[in-house]
Design a protein around this ligand. Structure first.
Ligand SMILES: [Zn+2]
Length: 233
C-alpha cells in the first residue's frame, strides 16, 4: 500500500481560524480544501493507495502538525495545496530549498507539468516555474513533498478560481501527477456485466484457441450472431 497525504493549506473560514489569503469574495482555505477533496476522490480510483487529508473541514492545525501527521503515518508522498496572493498571475510549485532527494525533484516535475497542462485547458496560464523555498511543511516532512500555488486569489485569476470545473480539473491533475510518479495502476472497471456464481466465483468459458487470428474472429462472429458475448484475447 502506498500512502499519500494531501494537505489543504490554511485552516478554514470560521472565526479565529486562519483563512489564508482573502479577496474577490474568495477564501484560500476553502479553495485549497475543494482542490484537496478532488485529489482525494481521484486518487481513490487507483489500486493500492491509502489517502489521508490533514484536515477535512475547518480545523485549527499548525504546519508542524501537518508534517508530523505525514511522518508518523509513514507517508510516501506529501502534497500541500495553496492559492497565491500578491496580484500576480499563474501557477508555481515548490520543493524544499535545502537538501532534497532526486525523487522529490521528479515528483515536482511530473506534478508541475500535469497541473499546468490541465489549467491551460481553461485559457492562457503563466508558468511561474518550479521553485524552491524554506516552507515548514516541505522542510519538516521526510518524504517527497511538493507545495502548489494554484493561481492568484487577488487578481484576474480569481475568475478561474470561481469555476468549480477548473478546481476539479486542477485537483484531478494533482492526482494524475501523483499516480504517474508512483506508477499507480487504475482500478479495473469491468466493461461488461460479469456473472458471478452463487459462491461468488467468476467462471469464464473458452470456446476455442487459434493460432490464426482470422479463425478466432470467425468464431467470435458466429457466437455474437447467436447472442453470446465474445471477446478475443
Ligand atoms: Zn497559502
Amino acid at each position: 500500500m502506498v500512502k499519500i497525504v494531501i494537505d489543504p493549506g490554511h485552516e478554514g473560514v470560521e472565526n479565529n481560524l486562519d483563512p489564508g489569503a482573502v479577496a474577490n469574495g474568495l477564501k484560500e482555505a476553502a479553495l485549497t480544501l475543494r482542490i484537496a477533496k478532488y485529489i482525494y476522490d481521484m486518487l481513490n480510483e487507483y489500486e493500492g493507495v491509502q489517502v489521508r487529508l490533514t484536515r477535512t473541514g475547518n480545523q485549527r492545525l499548525t504546519l508542524s502538525q501537518r508534517a508530523k501527521m505525514a511522518n508518523d503515518w509513514g507517508a510516501d508522498v506529501f502534497i500541500s495545496t495553496h492559492i497565491n496572493a500578491g496580484k500576480g498571475t499563474g501557477f508555481e510549485s515548490y520543493i524544499y530549498n535545502g537538501g532534497v532527494s532526486s525523487q522529490t525533484v521528479a515528483l515536482q516535475n511530473v506534478l508541475h507539468n500535469e497541473i499546468l497542462a490541465a489549467m491551460r485547458q481553461f485559457g492562457n496560464i503563466t508558468d511561474r516555474g518550479k521553485k524552491r523555498a524554506n516552507y515548514a511543511v516541505l522542510r519538516e516532512t521526510k518524504m517527497p513533498a511538493v507545495l502548489t500555488e494554484n493561481l492568484f486569489i487577488d487578481s484576474n485569476d480569481a475568475k478561474l478560481l470561481k469555476n468549480e470545473a477548473f478546481l476539479k480539473a486542477v485537483g484531478e491533475a494533482h492526482a494524475r501527477g501523483i499516480a504517474k510518479f508512483l506508477g499507480l495502476p487504475q482500478k479495473s472497471t469491468p466493461s461488461q456485466p460479469q456473472q458471478k456464481s452463487s459462491d461468488g466465483k467468476l467462471y469464464r468459458v473458452q470456446v476455442g484457441a487459434f493460432s490464426d487470428r482470422k479463425n478466432a474472429e470467425r468464431l467470435a462472429e458466429e457466437l455474437k450472431k447467436k447472442g453470446y458475448p465474445a471477446i478475443i484475447v
